[in-house]
Ligand binder design. Structure first.
Ligand code: TYM
Length: 320
């Protein structure tokens, strides 16, 4: 079984990326052949500054490795290191109805946020389909925001197979209900573009400040606090033992504890949870050549894994 997923290098990675994809993706390494990549071609749709892109690629690589990606078991690479993916994007484009892309939520959301409607932004899901199909992925661990893109990937695989013969495997998304959408500090989906993230490896003081700024209601200290829909509880659940969660929730229900105290309690659990990852991050940061070598080796393996599908796609359409 082959597992594959990607992450865009668009700044510091956050708790949403970690719980929505990275942690589950890393668990899959035990069970199958895993491929993870840094979607640097995709990042070009929003990052226009070459220096920032270089920095972000390095940051994403460090973060993924610090979170437990094991390069001995897993192929870890940069998307752009396998340029065949761009060619496959073109072949898939020939069977992609424009209407299918026009219906994609993430495209409409990005336009609504004021991002210029370039062709690359529009064709984003076709490149994503090429990522998945090129490596014959069976399972794709993602957060819920990527569900529609997985549907597009399956659609295009079916259309291509119908037009040219059975070249592609149909991939399936792996979305886990409890972590499909991690909320940000304002209660909306945690996302870099909403500025509501808690970053795994960013500035510690800023992290603390953001935890203390988590959205709560105005229930007075003495009164019981609502638990349903609470961002504090949603985040606390991710980083605590069941017993600790039970105590946290019952102290909210009892009342007598203010939100500032609850936030400090959450901060302590988050810091405890992240400590080993942050330690490993600092170690790796001091050894940039190790990270470079891992990505280079990963690129070689990824390219070799991609070759048979790329060739059969070329043959199927008549280019070979
Ligand atoms: P990206 O970089 O936006 O996010 C990486 C992964 O993190 C998940 N995620 C979340 N999950 C739960 N709650 C959140 N608040 C949250 N925020 C982000 C995303 O669902 C994603 O799984 N298009 C992809 C990158 C990509 C890709 C691929 C993924 C390119 N090619 C092929 C899978 C297969 C993206 O922008 O992810």
């Amino acid at each position: 079984m082959r597992i594959l997923s990607g992450i865009q290098p668009s700044g510091y990675l956050h708790l949403g990326n970690f719980f929505g994809m990275m942690q589950r993706g890393i668990r899959w390494q035990e069970k199958g052949e895993a491929f993870f990549f840094i979607a640097d071609f995709h990042a070009l749709t929003t990052v226009g500054d070459p220096e920032a892109l270089r920095r972000n690629i390095r940051e994403a690589a460090l973060a993924f490795l610090a979170c437990g990606l094991d390069p001995k078991r897993t192929v870890f690479f940069r998307q752009s290191a396998v340029p065949e993916v761009m060619e496959l994007t073109w072949l898939l484009s020939t069977v992609t109805p424009v209407g299918l892309l026009e219906r994609c939520h993430s495209y409409k959301d990005k336009l609504a946020k004021g991002i210029a409607p370039t062709h690359a932004l529009f064709a984003y899901p076709v490149l994503m389909a090429a990522d998945i199909l090129l490596y014959r992925a069976d399972i794709v661990p993602v957060g819920i925001d990527q569900k529609q893109h997985l549907e597009v990937a399956r659609d295009l695989a079916v259309k291509f197979n119908q037009a040219f013969g059975p070249v592609f495997v149909l991939p399936k998304e792996d979305i886990e209900e409890g972590v499909a959408t991690i909320p940000g500090i304002d209660g909306q989906k945690m996302s870099k573009s909403y500025g509501n993230t808690l970053e795994l490896f960013g500035d510690r003081e800023e992290f603390r400040r953001r935890v203390m700024a988590i959205r709560t209601d105005s229930t007075p200290v003495g009164e019981p606090k609502p638990v349903a829909g609470s961002v504090l509880v949603s985040l606390y659940r991710l980083v605590s033992e069941p017993q600790e969660l039970e105590e946290f929730v019952s102290s909210m229900r009892r009342g007598g504890v203010g939100y500032a105290t609850l936030k400090k309690e959450l901060l302590a659990k988050l810091e405890r949870f992240l400590a080993p990852f942050r330690e490993r991050y600092e170690e790796l940061k001091a050894k940039p050549h190790v990270v470079d070598e891992i990505l280079e080796q990963g690129a070689r393996s990824a390219r070799a894994a991609a070759a048979p599908t790329w060739e059969s796609a070329r043959r199927a359409v008549g280019l070979l």
